[in-house]
Each structure stands twice: as structure tokens, then as C-alpha cells.
Design a protein around this ligand. Sequence first.
Ligand code: PMP
Length: 457
Amino acid sequence: MDQRFAHLSNLAAIDAAHHIHPFSNMQKLNAEGTRIIERGEGVHIWDSTGKQYLDAFAGLWCVNVGYGRSSIAEAAYRQMQELPYYNCFFGTTTPPTTLLAQKIASRAGPKLNHVFFTNSGSEASDTWFRIARVYWKALGHETKTRIIARNNGYHGSTVAGASLGGMTWMHEQGNLPIDGIVHINQPYWYAEGGELSPEDFGLKVARELEEKIIELGEENVAAFVAEPIQGAGGVIIPPETYWPEIKRICAKYQILLVADEVICGFGRLGTWFGHQYYDFEPDLAPIAKGLSSGYLPIGGVLVADRVAEVLRDQVGDFYHGYTYSGHPAAAAAALENLRIIEEEGLVERVRDDIGPYFAEALSSLADHEAVGEVVSVGLMGAVQITADKASRRRYEKPDDIGTAVRNHCVSNGVIVRATGDRMLFSPPLIIARKEVDQAVDTLRNALDWLRDGQRQR
Ligand code: PMP
């Protein structure tokens, strides 16, 4: 056995002994053995056996500029040599931190000119949650504390993040949600739309926001939060009627609108931010992932002028922050990442070229017997599996079906994700047309395999 191989097989055993993985059943994982990913280049990654994969999921929705960008590594290296760390607490900042805030603001909606830095999307959820309450309190509205979120939304794994999220199976672990967070229905027409048209269903679930505000009392509601397109929930693309109605309701009532841009931000929808795609301007917007393309951990909250002004003029000290808020090396990496996105025109590429190509390639699966619907915006797409096309019937165990189809794709060299029985795509923004074809063909083969297996039953 060569030494390297011995070392790596040993690594799996060490991992089983010492490493608790996120969102994992450790008994099952340890029995199967973890996959060790060693290297990445462009849209490809390689595991420790040398097997190559097309990563059609960009890591975890985040490696927007693709793997192997040495200029990002060099930017972080230079910053670490110059000043590896300093905080932003006591009247200080570092050059990349401040320049990054300016750069992000220049790309967001015109009123979103301020950034509070975090290390992750989850911390960004906790951050805006506190800002929203602090904002209303400073304005004398002590009772405006409640937050309306959505079933099957995802906003992170911290206590506030998981509470804001609408994943009931997460709530069951840790007695969540915390007080003051309520959930309304999601705009998932395929599963929950019944006999309504998508347009009517979009209006119906959007109006639940208005009903909830009235039920709770406007004077008690601080904010409404939603992902422009739900990601982890299954790439749920709302019917066209949904966001205009939400926009109307948020303009009518005095509540803050929070757009969770952690996935949709930084080009994924062919716009810099998801709120631009849906033509609304939030008051607060958590960001992470594509901000640094995952090269180093960094997130933040975009804060609109009216909120930032209250924080500045009426709150005094805001007792919130992380040791690594605005970390200089992470900020330098993020700045270089955003420079690449701009220089290579990746946002425009998604909007005008590869996004439309991806939509067309993916929609070639729409008439497959096992497929209920195919949806995408930019480079974010989903294929819904069905047991019966006409009635939109789902398989009895949707998770098992989705996992089996995903595993089939992965063993054939393409990484996709399954949420229940929806197959999700979120490739790096640099993906080539032939790689899109490969990803779609691999899913088609897996769907054929599913269909043929089900027929034989
Ligand atoms: N919000 C959304 C919309 C997300 O998709 C995620 C992560 N998938 C988060 C928040 C949490 O981000 P993080 O995992 O960086 O804490």
C-alpha cells in the first residue's frame, strides 16, 4: 500500500472517531465512510480515490467563481502577511473591510448602502433579527418585536436562524422556534397549490402575510423575512404574482422587509441580488456564500439607509458583533472574488447566456415520465420528481426517492442535491454549455433508472 493511500484510508477512520459532520446521521455516515474531497479546479472536484466530479451544486450554493482561483488565494495571502487580523470593535477598521462594504453597497439596491459583517449566513440571521427589534424600539415602538417567516424557509442553524427557518424537523431539535417568530405558508405551488392556478395560489399565500399582520396587530410586527427564491427548501420559485403582492403589503404596513440573499446574492439569478430580479428593495438583507465564493468564511447584513440612520442617531451603542466581523483576510478574498465576477461579467453571463441555456437544457426533462415540473431562474434550478404526472402525486417516501436519484448522479460523476423529491442545481457561474449538458444528461439517466425500477415493481 503506498503511503498516501494508507494515510487517506486512515483519515476516514480518524474522521469516524473524531469528526461530527453537520446535518448528518453519524451512525450511517460512519458505517458508509466519508468521502474525502481533495482538490478542485473550475467546476470540478476530485476525491481521495482520484474520482472526478462535475460539481453542479457549487459546493453548497457558494463557489460562484469556481475552484482554483489563485488570485483569491494570493489576495488572502498578501493580507495575512500584511495584517492577518484586526477587529472592528473599538473605533478601528482595516482597509479591505471598509472597501468591501463600499463594493457590496455599490451593487445592491440604491437604498442599501450599509453593511454589518458576520462570518456566515446564520450569524447574519441573528444579526438582522436583533437590528429589526432594536430599530423599532429606538423609534419608540416597544411592542414591535414579532417576526413573520415562512414554512420551509431556511435561514441558518443558529438559534435565531433555525427559528426563523420553517423546517419543523429542525424545530424539534432544541425546542424551537424561540418566542416571537411565526410562520406562514410558502409559495410552493406544485406541492400545496391544489386546484388553484399558480397565479391564484401565489396571491393567496402572499395575502397570508397581510392576514397575519392583521391577526397579530401591525403594532406588534417588526419584520417579514423571505428568500427571494427558497434554496434549501427545494428551489421553490414563487408564482409571478407572489413578490408584487408581498411588495404591496409591505408598502401598506409599517414593517421591515428582509430578503435573505445568502443564496440569491452575487449573481446566481443573473442579477447581483435576488431583490433586483424581483424588483423590490428590502430594508435588511443577509448575505454570505457567493460574497467570497466560499474561499474564506464571510457574511453580512445589508442595511438600508433608514435603518442605518436610526442605528446611528438613535440607538447609541449596538451591543452586537463577532470577533471576526469584517475579518481582513476574508474581506480581501471577497474583494478579489467580486473583482473577478465584475471583470468576467459573470452576472451578465448568467442573465444573457448560460442561464437561458441552462433553462432550456433543464426543460428538456419536463416531458420525462418521472418529472412533475422543471423550474429555474439564472443558474438555480429544480426538477420535481412525481409518481404520477397528471395528478401531481408524490412517491410515498419522497426523501428516499430523491436520495436514490442523487446517489445515482453522484456515482456517475455529477454532484446534485436532493431536497425531498426535488433535484436541485446551483452550479458555479462559470459552467460551460457542455458541462450543463453533462449534468442534465446524468440526471436524465438517473430518472430513467428510477422509472424503470419503479415499473418493475
Ligand atoms: N440563509 C439561506 C437562504 C441559506 O441558504 C443559508 C445556508 N444554506 C443560510 C442562511 C445560513 O448560512 P450559513 O450556512 O453560512 O450559516
